[in-house]
Design a protein around this ligand. Structure first.
Ligand SMILES: [Fe+2]
Length: 126
């Protein structure tokens, strides 16, 4: 039977034995403050790798979602960045502003090794 889509996204805790060795090179590193002020812009840098960026094998995109505390429906999609192979590195800096305590989810897509989740909690001072 087909798996629910959520089961197709690898996490550091839940990746099958045969793919866990790929976690380090496919799970994004999210660089952001642990605490921010409500509504104040701040920088988030998402880096994947080191990972090759060739036509045949590369990180093709990163999607960023936010789980916002208290929101009836989550997550909120906030950005998608696509990377062209050969000429880019899988790294991007975005400016965000949050309203409430949130968890950032960065979902990486590698054309050979699938989808990988990284997450970071951010406290929001009102
Ligand atoms: Fe890969």
């Amino acid at each position: 039977m087909a798996e629910p889509f959520g089961k197709l996204i690898y996490t550091q805790e839940e990746a099958p034995e045969q793919v866990i060795s790929k976690a380090e090179t496919h799970t994004a590193k999210i660089e952001a403050p642990d605490t921010v002020k409500a509504g104040e812009p701040f920088k988030v840098t998402i880096k994947v790798g080191p990972h090759e960026m060739r036509d045949v094998h590369s990180i093709r995109k990163v999607e960023l979602y936010i789980y916002e505390e208290g929101r009836p429906f989550n997550p909120v999609h906030v950005a998608t960045v696509e990377f062209g192979p050969e000429y880019t590195e899988p790294e991007v800096t975005l400016t965000l502003k949050l309203k409430k305590n949130s968890t950032l989810y960065a979902i990486t897509y590698c054309n050979l090794h699938g989808l990988w989740e990284a997450r970071k909690e951010i406290k929001v001072e009102q």
